[in-house]
Design a protein around this ligand. Structure first.
Ligand code: GDP
Length: 294
């Protein structure tokens, strides 16, 4: 995960190894290398520029700290900035309401259904009464996929395979969850291969009908700069609350996904690192920043 970024950053720091003192010259060259590393890893140009401008300023401000090796100083500063880039603090999910409604949105294939199952399993382990609602009316296989996952993890799945109106399924699912005394409802919506007006209107209407306490946008970390653009569009229409980064187990360069936080100003809340139900983790910006600099 983020191997490419990690390798490139370490390369930039290496040039400082053995240099006893930090100078304006080696600050400038290291900052340049760091910017190149971020951009090679698909970090959005403006984000990479802002981050490295801040790294440079901090390095200049702290260069008098002669007790610290220049290499270490840069690692520390870059770690702080990466953590900030990824959202600073670990974020929580809002479970307001009885039941609390969580809406899952994103493109087809991003990992929505898999995440919905994982999230349901994660909450069930915390003792919550969860129901999954299958609102993908375009892909019959999506309903079956959710039902199979539900059975596997022991969570009820609400589906109406004959109903083609996703908004009414969402409403009916919420009513069923209330009747069964569930505390959390996770609504899995339909995605398309690219953003399209019908899908956006549908998911907006679902949002209006069931007033979720939390909307999570699921994005495939392998999709590069497209991930940032998709996030922007979904955010403009849905004003989502958090991002779920999926497929971090792949060899994605990951930088585009890291840019989402800054570009849409919404935090990354979860990351998914595999297809199995237990491959879900809460996203901790501090741990991730340390890992990238590993
Ligand atoms: P949806 O169309 O958004 O509901 O996407 P799915 O949940 O059906 O996922 C699409 C494909 O990606 C499936 O084959 C999943 O098994 C796979 N997938 C989902 N999340 C991950 C992940 O974190 N890592 C990997 N390697 N595969 C994933």
């Amino acid at each position: 995960m983020f191997q490419n970024l990690q390798d490139k950053l370490n390369g930039a720091f290496k040039t400082l190894k053995g240099k006893g003192r930090i100078t304006d010259v080696n600050i400038a060259s290291t900052v340049k290398e760091i910017r190149r590393a971020l951009m090679d890893a698909d970090v959005n140009y403006k984000v990479a520029k802002d981050v490295t401008d801040r790294v440079k300023q901090k390095a200049i401000d702290r260069k008098v700290m002669i007790a610290v090796e220049p290499g270490q100083l840069f690692v520390k500063i870059v770690q702080e900035e990466l953590q900030e880039l990824m959202g600073g603090m670990t974020q929580t999910v809002n479970f307001k309401g009885s039941p609390a409604v969580i809406l899952i949105a994103g493109l087809q294939g991003s990992g929505k259904t898999t995440f919905s199952g994982k999230f349901a399993s994660y909450l069930k382990k915390q003792g919550k009464q969860v129901m999954l609602v299958a609102c993908d009316v375009y892909r019959p296989a999506a309903i079956t996929q959710l039902q199979v996952l539900g059975e596997q993890i022991g969570v009820d799945v609400f589906a109406e395979p004959e109903n083609k109106d996703a908004v009414s399924i969402a409403r009916n699912g919420l009513a069923a969850a209330k009747a069964k005394g569930k505390s959390i409802v996770i609504v899995d919506t339909a995605g398309r291969l690219a953003v399209d007006e019908v899908m956006m209107t549908e998911v907006e209407n679902i949002k209006k009908a069931i007033t979720p306490s939390e909307i999570l946008f699921v994005v495939d970390s392998m999709t590069g700069q497209d991930a940032v653009n998709t996030a922007k569009t979904f955010n403009e229409r849905l004003n989502f609350d958090g991002v779920v980064l999926t497929k971090l187990d792949g060899d994605s360069r990951g930088g585009a996904a890291l840019s989402i936080r800054t570009v849409v100003e919404k935090p990354i809340k979860f990351m998914s690192t595999g297809e199995k139900m237990e491959d879900l983790d809460v996203f901790h910006p501090d741990r991730m920043a340390s890992r990238i600099l590993g």
